[in-house]
Design a protein around this ligand. Structure first.
Ligand code: COA
Length: 260
């Protein structure tokens, strides 16, 4: 499938999705959000994709936010619809994918950009990364899940300060906050993401799918995460991957998971 605003390539089990509007610092306009939805959906369905890496094109930005030029003249109703649609087709969608998604934050990750990174299952960053939710400096609040996911990741007080000041933190501070898991040079960012993806791919994709569901359940209203864990744990016992994993261990060899 060909896209206008993003690139999607799959090699050795890894699909790399790149937001590709470098002249606009990869800002998320409506078309880009729709294309990202299509690309994530296709990758999640594909047998060839075991891990997804999302990053930004060019040397300056991961994603510098939602495209401000598109919503500058919106009214109350359209503003609400913008957030609802975006959350549904991209941000919640990515968080709930059964394929692991790693954000490789390679520059500015602001507003919707940081919200996209936070919707991914975890994040790594290059030393030039700058992260923030500057929406209140524009007279709005984060609308793509930022007010919920930032406190989940960094704690309420830090999230309050970041949102209220509309400031940016650098990669080192993001690492200290636990917003990103690793920081590396710009040149090595994708290689590091691929190295982590390689470790993930050695494991059972079916078990990983259940683990993502169980971990996400902790952050969903009205859902008991412990019960979700019990259900997902039990389900593993009916899978070919479980048979292979336990048999391989007992036979003192590496497991070769069928992914079923
Ligand atoms: N929406 C739309 N366009 C954006 C954008 C956004 N979120 N972020 C950057 N761009 C565009 C700029 O308008 C500019 O386009 P132009 O060359 O046609 O004028 C281009 O990307 C380059 O950005 P520029 O501001 O010239 O780069 P810079 O290095 O001087 O500044 C930033 C970088 C990230 C500090 C600055 O672009 C910025 O503050 N962007 C908005 C961030 C934001 O508020 N995001 C949250 C949105 S809710």
């Amino acid at each position: 499938m060909s896209y206008e605003n993003i690139l999607s390539t799959t090699t050795n089990g890894i699909t790399k999705i790149t937001v590709n509007r470098p002249n606009k610092l990869n800002a998320l306009n409506k078309a880009t959000i729709q294309e990202l939805h299509e690309a994530f959906k296709a990758a999640n369905k594909s047998k060839d994709t075991k891990v997804i890496i999302v990053t930004g094109s060019g040397e300056k930005a991961f994603v510098a936010g939602a495209d401000i030029s598109e919503f500058a003249d919106f009214d109350v109703e359209n503003g609400g619809k913008l957030a609802a649609k975006g959350q549904e087709i991209l941000f919640d969608y990515v968080e709930n994918l059964s394929t692991p998604v790693i954000a490789a934050v390679n520059g500015f990750a602001l507003g919707g950009g940081l919200e996209l990174a936070m919707a991914c299952h975890f994040r790594i960053a290059s030393t030039n990364a700058k992260m923030g939710l500057p929406e209140v400096s524009l007279g709005v609040i984060p609308g793509y899940g930022g007010t919920q996911r930032l406190p989940q990741l960094v704690g309420k007080g830090r999230a309050m300060e970041m949102v209220m000041t509309a400031g940016m933190i650098d990669a080192a501070q993001a690492l200290e906050y636990g917003l990103v898991n690793h920081v590396t040079t710009e040149d090595e960012l994708i290689a590091l993401a691929e190295k982590i993806a390689g470790k993930i791919m050695r494991n059972s994709s079916v078990a990983i799918k259940g683990a993502i569901k169980a971990i996400n359940a902790n952050f969903k209203d009205g859902i008991d995460g412990y019960k979700t864990e019990i259900k997902q744990f039990g389900k593993c016992f009916g899978t070919e991957d479980f048979k292979e994993g336990t048999t391989a261990f007992l036979e003192k060899r590496k497991a070769d998971f069928p992914g079923e």
